[in-house]
Design a protein around this ligand. Structure first.
Ligand code: HPA
Ligand SMILES: [Zn+2]
Length: 354
């Protein structure tokens, strides 16, 4: 756990905290690049490629985003991703996201991408990597934002397909740092993917998995014990298992929590009912992230501000959430220390304001 700095947190009231949260340096650790496809770009790419969409305009797209569950979202999310066809599209998508993220104070982003969503439509993996890597390079040189890619396999498909996807991506091995697991959780437990995660670990990749978003605490245990993941994506269902909660706290297993996503997918009725505070108070390494911001109505600063307000978190708790993001990131120690020093300075400056 990152030690708390000696700061006059109590001098940062709710109003000043909102401003601070918008500009403070942040790590984004749970973001699906396909989930940053804003309706405007979806329609523009559909026009560019002559792809038919069931929406007349941007308002119609947004009106369709009334989700009742993870699956009801995934159906639209995969359909929307159908407009991504060539390297330029992947570049434009990721570059637009990095610009928005930088404006939100994000200094380091570990982003998911779903190769199977694209290769199944005949898009070559080379086009996906070419576009994403070009945008990543621009982000670093033009925005000072470091980005890393985590290849996700779709859990509603077979493990053999996941293994084939990982092998097919190996010519671009230097361009991704980890393996993740996403898509429809219920009925597709982590135990289904033990061989592909073992292969990823043998390749020296970091490993993470979505678990306990809608699925039971046992899926979180499976992700830890069978897949040996280093972080749990979501993990909010852990509160229903006291022993698991203690273990996550003891082992400082980070949870990449996405509050606005959880509300939009009806995991919680509203932000005030979210269990993030319970998880934080239990000593877990909770981080705040945006998941699929174009679909869920907010990027990472919105997630932080709205969650802090809805749960009445103070500046000390807000600092902890941001520090946890850097603790949980796959960064070298010197870079982590540099980001934490900048975070401390942002809070110290806010506390010193008169
Ligand atoms: O929140 C999510 N859960 C599972 N799969 C996903 N794919 C994009 N977002 C998600
Ligand atoms: Zn996710």
């Amino acid at each position: 756990m990152i030690p708390e700095p000696d700061l006059a947190f109590e001098r940062i009231g709710p109003g000043r905290l909102v401003e601070l949260l918008k500009r403070a340096p942040k790590a984004e650790l749970h973001l699906h690049i396909e989930g940053t496809l804003e309706p405007e770009m979806m329609l523009a790419l559909a026009r560019r490629h002559g792809v038919a969409l069931p929406y007349a305009d941007v308002e119609a797209v947004r009106a369709a985003y009334a989700f009742t569950s993870l699956q009801s979202f995934l159906d639209l999310y995969y359909a929307g991703a159908g407009v991504l066809r060539d390297a330029q599209d992947f570049h434009d998508l990721a570059w637009a996201y990095f610009q928005r993220a930088a404006a939100d104070g994000v200094v380091h982003a570990e982003c998911f991408f779903d190769p199977q969503t694209h290769t199944a439509r005949g898009v070559p993996l080379a086009a996906v990597f070419e576009g994403l890597v070009a945008a990543q390079r621009r982000a670093e040189t033009e925005l000072g934002l470091t980005a890393r890619w985590i290849l996700c396999v779709l859990r509603h498909l077979s493990e053999d397909e996941a293994l084939a996807t990982l092998e097919a991506a190996l010519p671009w091995r230097e361009h991704f740092i980890g393996l993740g697991l996403d898509s429809s959780e219920l009925g597709h437990p982590p135990s289904k993917f033990q061989r592909v995660f073992a292969r990823a670990r043998a390749l020296g990749l970091h490993v993470v998995a979505h678990a306990g978003e809608e699925g039971p605490p046992d899926y979180i245990r499976q992700a830890l014990d069978l897949l040996q993941v280093q972080r749990i994506d979501h993990g909010v269902q852990a509160v229903h298992d006291a022993a698991l909660l203690q273990r996550l706290a003891r082992e400082r297993v980070p949870l990449t929590v996405c509050p606005l996503s959880n509300v939009r997918l009806c995991v919680f009725p509203d932000l005030a009912s979210h269990n993030l505070r319970t998880l934080l108070d239990a000593g877990l390494c909770v981080t705040v992230n945006s998941d699929d911001p174009a679909y869920f109505g907010g990027y990472v600063a919105d997630n932080l501000v709205q969650t802090v307000q809805a749960l009445g978190l103070d500046a000390r708790a807000a600092w902890r959430l941001l520090a946890n993001g850097f603790e949980a990131a796959f960064l070298d120690d010197a870079t982590r220390a540099r980001h934490l020093a900048a975070l401390e300075r942002a809070f110290a400056d806010a506390a010193a304001q008169t």
